[in-house]
Design a protein around this ligand. Structure first.
Ligand SMILES: [Zn+2]
Ligand SMILES: [Zn+2]
Ligand SMILES: [Zn+2]
Length: 144
């Protein structure tokens, strides 16, 4: 279930809508994200972007998450990973071997979660769900 990654212009527009200045460095971070397929860590991105300060990479990622341009996914060991987002509500599967991220949306899952929410005292403001997987490519490589 692949979705087209957000275009660079969309990402920049979203940041501008959020009232943020698009500096050359932020532009470089966005371009690097767009070149990537699937998930990545902040550290990987910072290593790739030699000319951009680490703090700028981390700050820009945070801004992009806030603007719904990228998703933050937490691995089982607590490591945060990022991937380009489609804006509407969705969930992720992430391969813990290679970091491949897929997004999915399932109406049955949402219905179940909504009915569970009735058992919870308080206003539900959101939920997250991630499947941790070994992806098809990694399984195939392991079987070679
Ligand atoms: Zn996502
Ligand atoms: Zn994999
Ligand atoms: Zn959901």
């Amino acid at each position: 279930m692949n979705t087209a990654p957000t275009s660079q212009l969309d990402a920049i527009a979203a940041l501008e809508d959020a009232g943020l200045r698009i500096t050359g460095q932020r532009r470089q971070v966005i371009a690097a994200i767009q070149r990537r397929k699937g998930g990545f860590t902040a550290e990987e991105l910072a290593t790739e972007l030699e000319g951009v300060g680490r703090a700028t990479v981390y700050r820009t990622l945070k801004l992009l998450v806030g603007a719904d341009v990228i998703c933050k996914i937490v691995l089982p060991d607590g490591t945060p990973m990022y991937s380009p987002s489609r804006v509407e509500h969705h969930h992720h599967s992430v391969c813990t071997s290679c970091g491949a991220v897929e997004e999915f949306r399932d109406i049955t899952v949402e219905r179940v979660l909504r009915s569970l929410a009735r058992e919870i005292d308080g206003d539900i403001i959101g939920h997250r769900m991630e499947f941790y997987i070994r992806c098809g490519a990694c399984l195939a490589a392991a079987n070679d």
